[in-house]
Design a protein around this ligand. Sequence first.
Ligand SMILES: *Cc1c(COP(=O)(O)O)cnc(C)c1O
Length: 493
Amino acid sequence: MKYISTRDKSLSISPTMAILKGISSDGGLFVPKNIPKIGSLKSLIDMDYKDLANTIMKEYFTDLNEKALKEVIEKAYDKKFTAKEIAPIKYSGGVYYLELFHGPTFAFKDIALSILPYLLKESKKVNNEEKEIVILTATSGDTGKAALENFANIKGIKILVFFPEKGVSKIQKLQMVTQKGDNTFVVGIKGDFDDAQSGVKKILNNDSFVEFLNDNGYMFSSANSINIGRLIPQVVYYFHSYLTLLRNGNIKDGDKINFVVPTGNFGNILAGYYAKEMGLPINKLICASNENNILTDFFNTGSYDKRRKLVLTSSPSMDILISSNLERLLFLLTGKDDVLIKRLMEDLKNEGHFEIDNLNLSDFNAYYSSEKDVGSIINDTFRNYNYLIDPHTAVGRSAYEKYKAETGDKTKTVIMSTASPYKFGKKVADSIGINTKKYDEFEILTKLEDLSNISVPKDILDLKDKKILHENKSNKEDLEKIIQKYLKVGIDI
Ligand SMILES: *Cc1c(COP(=O)(O)O)cnc(C)c1O
């Protein structure tokens, strides 16, 4: 298996090099040269999550030996997940929820970020790479904490996280700024997620800065879903969902199912598309957005136009206007037209928009939801079905209701439940009629706990008394400076 760049398909590297590099030096993203096919699903039916992960990942990470991959998977999916299935499925109100938030930071990012550090370590070994890896991570809230938690104290790797100062929830921010670990560094950016992400991409593509750090014994990589080592582990839970429904007799072998995916950077839903290309019987992938409805517009018109204001919503992990992984989908849907992709991405960067017709987008449906929709869906799900969902998942269920009303489709459907409701307690509590003005963030969580009978994760309650360890702030223009300062390299020190 080789990986090629979406902007120059003659550029071809090994899986472990793609993981190490994170992004291609031409600005493109690495994609598998061909998406592998999975044979009979029935033969996978008795596998647990780890065996399934192994079956899928070995097709993509072909230069990791069998033993190394097995160990990586063992270390990733251990007791730090509180659910033995890793991702349990709940049925509620006529739809299935795949709960992806039972990892250490209570959001779906844990599924991929618990494995990425080990994949990186092994990739270093395979390539005899001696340099210390510096992971640059832009976060809309959840990636940051998941990366910090999973990379903390891993030798040979430093983890640097940039989050938008005003764009994350209170709990998300506390989770990050209280992070322990000598190799962790957290910076609040004066801007939004797109500023943080484009700042990071710019550094990764700044040849002279990269070279300067190489000379000082460092090598950059990324923990964002632009890294293929983040994306591929997410393919696994699509198969896991299908096989769980099959095992439980909810579907028959070969039946198609729908997935609804609360979407921001387009990583999760793209993993679903890869699963479909591998042979998983998927009917529709339903792309759910919040008020930042740029993807809804794109799927409905073929025009991707970021000349609009980013809105801060109660689902901050989806407050994104530049959905990086869409580039990977477009590459596939245009028959791997790297020249066209390069032009479209340049248009987006320079003009703020691109247009493309004649794409077959029939695998997807797209809907968006207002804050009001999200509130009433959280309330409905709780009052009528006694199930508490977070605002991101609510964006998903709201999209599903719109899809059903529009199409009448009765295909069995799985909604990706991407975060614990306790991570976004205030919106959840407001939505179900708790008067949140009377309480602080932590009292709100206890109120929710009393009502729902599901306990608040201890790690969230403990945040209340944790020491703030990171107080760095930066403009998006000054990221190089602050990196040099942290790494103690360069002229200014
Ligand atoms: C990151 C995130 C999303 C969006 O996922 P993408 O892969 O960026 O599209 C949705 N919900 C939650 C809770 C997240 O943390």
